[in-house]
Design a protein around this ligand. Structure first.
Ligand code: ZN
Length: 291
């Protein structure tokens, strides 16, 4: 009898654990919340995109759609809770075009900070940021560095991959356009949309505008300015999307998902980041007490 009860307990706890619960926060019930925290090891993915023009042919939310689709696919392979759509990124350079949703820079940083604090208040210890917008990484790196400014009991991990030369070779062999000019809504980005959400792409309109570098700003060696993007690509389109293919999109997406899953697994297993953060905050606190 005792064995039977034990068996029953094991079966029921296993089936509860194996039970498929949603990954998205907005789709979870309060009853499933504790299991979601357990399965995710208190890890949440924060997918960040923006709303902006993507050439004449791709949806305004292309970056958001990418981040959302990646997060959904990643969390299906390795469980994590996924934050609902977040589209408050750095987008000053596209404010001259309709369809751009760009909040004031200070507010963008504060909103992200408050969002992470709120995730921490809900019990998440690890926040993995997945980004879909090319104009976000400098802001996100600065944001992550700012995490050192004051004590908190969660860690922010920004998925910020370096290029893999072997994969790059494979990718370039399939590309039809020059990677140097393929920067926004071009062949690569449109290809992955053709793979992820083909019904949203109007490929026949891709050549209605030029995505070529207009080279309007004389080169100033080793200097960065904010206007460079507008100077080169006033139409907010860089590349030749008409040459996009779902095949290229599949290759680039599958590589990205695999790399993100690997990162998520390492984040879930990681204990050292939080431990060292704590040690660091304590030392900062001690130093200010000594004064
Ligand atoms: Zn984009």
């Amino acid at each position: 009898m005792r064995t039977f009860i034990l068996l029953l307990f094991l079966v029921s706890s296993f089936s509860q654990y194996a039970q498929d619960i949603p990954t998205r926060w907005d789709e979870l019930t309060a009853s499933d919340w504790p299991l979601a925290m357990e399965k995710s090891n208190k890890t949440i993915i924060l997918p960040i995109g923006v709303l902006e023009k993507h050439g004449p042919h791709a949806p305004m939310g292309s970056d958001l759609i990418h981040a959302r689709e990646w997060a959904a696919r990643v969390a299906k392979e390795e469980y994590a809770v996924v934050f609902p759509d977040y589209f408050y990124g750095q987008l000053n350079e596209a404010k001259h075009l309709p369809g751009t949703f760009s909040l004031p820079s200070k507010l963008t940083m504060e909103l992200l900070e408050a969002t992470c604090e709120e995730l921490g208040r809900n019990g998440f210890e690890k926040i993995m940021i997945i980004n879909g917008h090319g104009g976000n990484p400098p802001m996100l790196r600065y944001f992550v560095q700012n995490q050192m400014a004051s004590q908190r009991d969660y860690a922010v991990y920004f998925y910020d991959p370096s290029t893999d030369p072997d994969f790059q070779k494979e990718l370039n062999a399939l590309r039809k356009t020059d990677p140097a000019g393929d920067m926004h809504a071009g062949e690569l980005e449109t290809s992955s949309l053709l793979y992820l959400r083909p019904e949203l792409v109007q490929l026949e309109k891709a050549a209605n505008e030029s995505g070529a570098d207009q080279k309007r700003l004389p080169r100033i060696p080793n200097v960065y300015t904010g206007i460079w993007w507008y100077a080169s690509f006033p139409h907010h389109y860089a590349g030749e999307a008409e040459k996009a293919s779902a095949e290229l999109g599949k290759l680039v997406t599958e590589q990205k998902i695999a790399s993100m899953v690997e990162a998520l697994r390492a984040i879930k297993a990681d204990k050292k980041t939080l431990e060292l953060q704590q040690e660091f905050y304590e030392e900062v606190e001690e130093l200010s007490r000594e004064k």
